[in-house]
Design a protein around this ligand. Sequence first.
Ligand code: ADP
Ligand code: MG
Length: 248
Amino acid sequence: MTPTTTRPVVELTGVSKTYGEVAALADADLTIMRGELLCIVGPSGSGKSTLLNIVGTLARPTAGTVRIDGHAVEELSDRELSALRAQSIGFVFQSFHLAPGVTALDSVADGLLYSGRSRGERRALAERALRRVGLGPRLYNEPHQLSGGEKQRVAIARAVLGDPPLLLADEPTGALDSASGAVVMELLHELHRAGTTVVVITHDRDIAGSLPRAVRLKDGRITPDSAAGAHANTSAYAPARTQREVGV
Ligand code: ADP
Ligand code: MG
C-alpha cells in the first residue's frame, strides 16, 4: 500500500472533452498528489474551467480516464458520483453564488441540508467554518451587507464545511480588488497548510508566481509543468502589483 501522504488525489490519463467541433481539452495527463497547492493558468478559452470541472466530476470526459481520491469516475453511477463530490470535493467560483436575503450563517449551514444533521448541528458547524475564515463578526449579515472579499470567504466556508480533501477554485479572486484577492489567497494558503489539496485557476500572474506549481493550458492542451521552486515553501502571498492579464 502506498502511504496516504503520497497518494494521488487526482489522476487524469488521456482525458479529452469535445463540444461539437471544439476540443475544449485534448489528451490531458495530470497527476495531483495529496497536499499539493497548484494553479491552472492559460488564456481565456484554453480549457481551464473544462479541466477543473472534469477534476471536480461536474463534467464527464469524452475520452480518457479520471481517478479522484482513488475512485475511477467512469465506473461510478450519478448517485455515487454525487456522494464522492459531497464527501471529497469543495468548489469555489468567481461569482459567489450566495442567495440574496440569506445570512452568511444560513448560506453555509444550507450546504449540510441533506447531511441528516439537525438544524442546530448544521448551524454550529457553519458557525465554526465561518469563524475559520475570519467571519465570526459577520454571521448574521446578508450578502448585500458583505464586501466582495467577505462574500468569497462565505463561499469558501461553505466549500470547506465537510473538510473535503480537495478544494477547487475557478478564478476565486477574479471579481475582487487586489487587497480582497490577497485575503482570499491567504485563506487558500491556510487551508493548504492545514492539509487540503488546493487547485486554483487564475489569470493573475502574481498569484500564479506565488504558488509552488503551475499547470499551463493552451488550446486545450497541457504544456509541461513549471515548478516555481523558489516559492515552494513560502506561505506569504504578495499582493498583486500588476493588473490582471485579461478579463474572462
Ligand atoms: P477557460 O476556462 O480557459 O476560459 P473553458 O474551459 O471554459 O476555457 O472553455 C474551453 C473551450 O471550450 C472554449 O472554446 C469554450 O468556448 C468551449 N466550451 C466550454 N464549455 C462549453 C459548453 N458547455 N458548450 C460548448 N462549448 C464549450
Ligand atoms: Mg473559465
